[in-house]
Design a protein around this ligand. Structure first.
Ligand code: NAD
Length: 363
């Protein structure tokens, strides 16, 4: 077994998720260095975690360390440039969500993947617990009938203090509000499980925080398979909950939690008068109890690297959620439904989640 030479870029609040994932993977990962613009911060993180070397800039690190894998944990607006620089240097990338600021940026990243033969995977740890994988398999095997109705609620609470970080709360640096940075996890899982989305209608508002971006969004989605769903993303909800519900023809599957789950957070319900023994047996085939987490996804990326194959949550499978979010914002701003495929080069929402050029051109 080879140990993959790995570097972390960004040693802020979320670095712990990546450090504990790397520790769990043991000898499969050789963490050789960390980078942060804040030299004092990166030095302290390296000292605390026995990381041999630190850097205050990515170009020097890439030239010196020649990593095989880079974990990017910096604010969203910095992702695209860092991803492309790492790909060009021959590294694969495991990048925090949202992957980048726009569909235009995504397409630049995809072109860099094509040029270099290296890949980037977006961190979406919610897809990687055993329960979510089980539901995905049941969807693919039609084990519970067709999905018909879905609910996807990210009801979180972030006070004004959360927005003191200079990059938060602004379109240019955070990319969006709870839709783009918090609810993105559960929405990605929702879209992955429900099937291809076809149409979204949405409203956004900034009701109680002093920020540029929304503090709440609500959306209705229609799927290619005919299913319909409702979505709420909020930072205004004192009793916090992440709640996902899928009503299939034969059963309801739900998960209620906050930031992570194991099987105990999931439930399965059939109609009293229409219990379907096959559907029940299909659900009970869930025996592993692997929690959602960065470690499982990182392990699968290492497997993909060993095989030289595109990793999970990359390519079109990573573009889907970015297009959905851009479409949600476009619908909220225009008051009109937006269909899958509507946002193309030339559309302001292709270049920025708030359609910024469109807004700036208005008198
Ligand atoms: N997957 C999850 O569950 C999860 C949870 C929280 C945050 N995140 C994501 O993690 C990312 C970082 O969030 P955070 O809360 O840790 O932010 P943070 O502000 O606490 O830390 C970001 C760090 O990146 C550094 N940085 C900024 N630009 C840089 C550059 N060009 N090169 C090197 N270092 C640079 C900053 O100095 C800072 O130390 C965001 O994309 C966020 O959405 C993911």
């Amino acid at each position: 077994m080879t140990s993959v030479r790995t570097v972390i870029i960004g040693t802020g609040n979320s670095v712990g998720n990546h450090l504990s994932a790397i520790k769990k993977l043991g000898d499969r990962v050789n963490l050789v260095a960390a980078v942060d613009l804040d030299a004092a911060r990166v030095q302290a993180v390296c000292a605390e975690n026995d990381i041999p070397r630190w850097y205050a800039d990515t170009s020097t690190m890439l030239a010196t360390e020649q990593p095989e894998l880079v974990c990017i944990i910096t604010p969203p607006a910095t992702h695209k440039a860092l991803i492309i620089e790492c790909l060009e240097a021959g590294a694969w990338v495991y990048c925090e969500k949202p992957l980048c600021a726009s569909l235009a940026e995504y397409d630049e990243i995809a072109a860099a993947e094509d040029r270099t033969g290296c890949y980037v995977s977006t961190v979406f740890q919610w897809r990687f617990g055993s329960a979510a994988k089980h539901v995905k398999r049941l969807v693919e095997q039609n084990g519970l009938g067709r999905p018909l109705v879905g609910v996807c609620n990210t009801l979180w609470y972030r006070d004004q203090d959360y927005y003191r970080a200079p990059w938060r709360g602004k379109w240019a640096t955070e990319i969006g509000g709870p839709t783009a940075t918090l609810g993105i996890h559960l929405m990605d899982l929702f879209l992955w499980l429900m099937g291809d989305w076809s149409e979204v209608r949405a409203m956004t508002g900034t009701l109680d925080r002093s920020i540029e971006v929304e503090d709440v969004s609500m959306a209705l989605a229609r799927f290619e398979n005919g299913a319909m769903g409702s979505i709420v993303n909020s930072v205004l909800s004192p009793r916090q909950e992440s709640y996902l519900r899928l009503d299939f023809q034969q059963a309801t599957v739900e998960v209620s939690t906050l930031y992570r789950y194991n099987n105990d957070h999931w439930s399965f319900t059939m109609p009293d008068k229409a219990v379907n023994p096959t559907a029940a047996a299909n659900w009970q085939a869930l025996t592993d109890n692997i929690p959602s987490g960065h470690d499982v996804q990182l392990g699968e990326i290492l497997d993909s690297m060993a095989r030289g194959e595109r990793p999970p949550v990359s390519g079109d499978d990573a573009r889907r959620i970015l297009e959905f979010i851009a479409s949600l914002y476009k619908s909220a701003q225009s008051g009109l439904p937006v269909h899958h495929g509507d946002i193309r080069p030339g559309d302001p929402f292709y270049y920025a989640m708030n359609g910024a050029p469109l807004v700036m051109e208005q008198p």
